[in-house]
Write a protein that binds this ligand. Structure first.
Ligand SMILES: Cc1ncc(C[n+]2csc(CCOP(=O)(O)OP(=O)(O)O)c2C)c(N)n1
Length: 286
């Protein structure tokens, strides 16, 4: 059951904190996939602080909900979020992210990171893994949710569509597939590289119930997740979360160059960015 004690304002504050942690981690790591980490930040916070049935003191809790960060290059957003939720030490994550010998590589490793359910990074594998997890849970008569977040560029991988077909066929009503629809991938706009539209119709045609939301507007994120969590049918759910890549880093947001940023050597370089994050409601950014 979602934690109804947490307020939208608290979630918004957590999302600001996560954005600041993403920027600080990038600075310490010297570079990283910041664009897709920032676009997904509000959704990650709402999942981890309100919706997912998880317990940081017992990461392998048998009846927990599972989360698969299929767009594993965005470990830069996912791992600090796990730390903020209590699985890891945020200062250690900031200091060690992507450093030689560290548990926190540029892509998440479930064998090394507390609370991480799946190792990802090779795009197009998270949804198939999520479908497999849910088939296993079904065999055990468990009713845990499995939530998978993919990128939109990632949807160009055919394996997603095989998994989607299987999810509907096997009536996996506890599957929630979140597409972070920031409209940009590594090489440019998705619609120029390999068009996805009409994406909602395609996903519906594969047998999903589709919910769309403004993914950088916490109230709308909350509405979409509440609707997804209330699904008690056999129909899997897909949330198409319309977001902006790089949101929160003023000079990069909405630009393809936000995909991977390298900050300078001086902490002074990130101070204006942290100020901007502190003072800006991302839901108002056009
Ligand atoms: C199978 C595979 N091919 C290529 C890559 C390299 N790669 C990393 S990120 C990325 C772009 C992903 O775009 P999108 O899914 O839209 O992610 P986002 O914009 O949310 O960062 C690519 C091609 C990869 N990680 N895995």
């Amino acid at each position: 059951m979602p934690n109804t004690n947490v307020t939208i304002d608290e979630l918004k504050a957590k999302a600001k904190e996560l954005r600041a942690n993403i920027v600080e981690t990038t600075f310490s790591a010297t570079s990283g996939h910041i664009g897709g980490s920032l676009s997904a930040a509000d959704m990650l916070v709402a999942l981890y602080f309100k919706y997912l049935n998880v317990d940081p003191s017992d990461p392998d809790k048998y009846d927990r909900d599972r989360f698969v960060m299929s767009k594993g290059h965005c470990a830069l957003g996912y791992v600090p979020c796990l730390a903020m939720r209590g699985y890891l030490d945020i200062e250690e994550v900031k200091a060690k992210f992507n450093k030689t010998g560290s548990a926190y590589g540029m892509h998440p490793d479930s064998k090394k990171i507390r609370g991480c359910d799946a190792s990802t990074g090779s795009l197009g594998h998270g949804l198939p893994m999520g479908v497999g997890m849910l088939l296993g849970l079904k065999l055990k008569n468990m009713d845990s949710k499995v939530v998978v977040m993919t990128g939109d560029g990632e949807c160009q991988e055919g394996s997603n569509w095989e998994a989607a077909m299987a999810a509907a066929h096997y009536k996996l009503g506890n599957l929630i597939w979140i597409i972070d629809r920031n409209k940009l991938e590594i090489d440019g706009p998705t619609e120029e590289v390999l068009g996805l539209e009409p994406l909602a119709d395609k996903v519906k045609a594969f047998g999903f119930k589709v919910i769309e939301c403004k993914g950088n507007d916490m109230e709308d994120v909350d509405r979409a997740l509440a609707e997804a969590w209330a699904n008690d049918s056999d129909t899997p759910v897909c949330i198409i979360s319309h977001t902006m890549k790089g949101i929160g880093v003023e000079h990069y947001q909405g630009k393809v160059t936000s995909h991977y940023i390298s900050f300078g050597d001086s902490r002074k370089d990130i101070e204006p960015i942290l100020e901007y994050i502190k003072n800006t409601d991302v839901a108002t950014i056009k």
